[in-house]
Design a protein around this ligand. Sequence first.
Ligand code: HSE
Length: 340
Amino acid sequence: MKIALIGCGNVGQGLLQLLHNKQAELQDKYDFQAQVVAASTRTRGALYHLDGLKLDVLLGALAAGSLRHYPDSNGLARDWEALTIAREAQADVLIEASPTDLQTAQPALDICRAAFVSGKHLVLANKGPMALAYHELQETAQRVGKLLRFEATVMGGTPSIRLALQALAGCTIVEARGILNGTTNYILAQMELGTSYADALEQAQKLGYAEADPTADVDGWDAAGKALILAAAVFGKQFALDDLQVQGIRGITRDNIFSAHERNETWKLIARITPEGGSVAPLRLANSDPLASVKGATNAVTYVTDVLGDVTLIGPGAGGLQTGFALLSDLLDIQRLSSN
Ligand code: HSE
């Protein structure tokens, strides 16, 4: 499988590490062989080689701060625009893992469109295109006969999309609610332990949980973007951010947290989506609620279903390697479906 990777931040590098470290296992277990033919960053250069880039060297160049550290070789092209890679790279799959823009979804949306037009399957970690143009991208995928996968966009490495669309097929899901942002859950849990809001946010940034602009996390927009994706995937509804009521965690003080604690309650940033609409807001949950005990950058979603009642999934919601895993799981899905 030839892969073009757009975006080599925490998530892109997480995928590259998994492809490198699990190369033998992936081949043995799944007959999966990946060649990363293109790697593109916004400010640290881009590389394209039809025979594939050397993953250890690529990771080393990224760790050293620039793809310019990747050595020249015959056939190596440098500094193609991401859009050029999407159009012209000879790749089976394009992965969009560049930073999310929930206002315009650009430049990622045009890159996704170009990937389909040039006959590539598409896998996203970038939430913008799925949150804002879910139905357009699904229709285009169908029209061009290519696969669209986006497990990494919601709950990092934890398979919330696959659970809803595949494992729960046959149930009607009437509501989804949960903790969809790792950064804010980490901050709230650290504040419970006595850390200040500012220090907890700095730690979340250092651990690679936060968005490039962490206001998207703390003001609730990242969770709202994921709620839009779930609304489209689970309920077939294309809501806009303006349709949701969104509130973040900036207003929550340590006093709020401690006084909730005294009443056996915990503050959590909860996203709730139904076919009618949705919201993101900090809520005081009774400690007996399964969502109250979800700590750190862990995420959780409860699907309320007609047949099974509540089905709750808990797992890592952020982090480079964890979210990189979701990209890998999508690549394996594409290999499985396209080789049948
Ligand atoms: N910034 C996001 C979070 C990353 O904290 O959940 C995963 O989408």
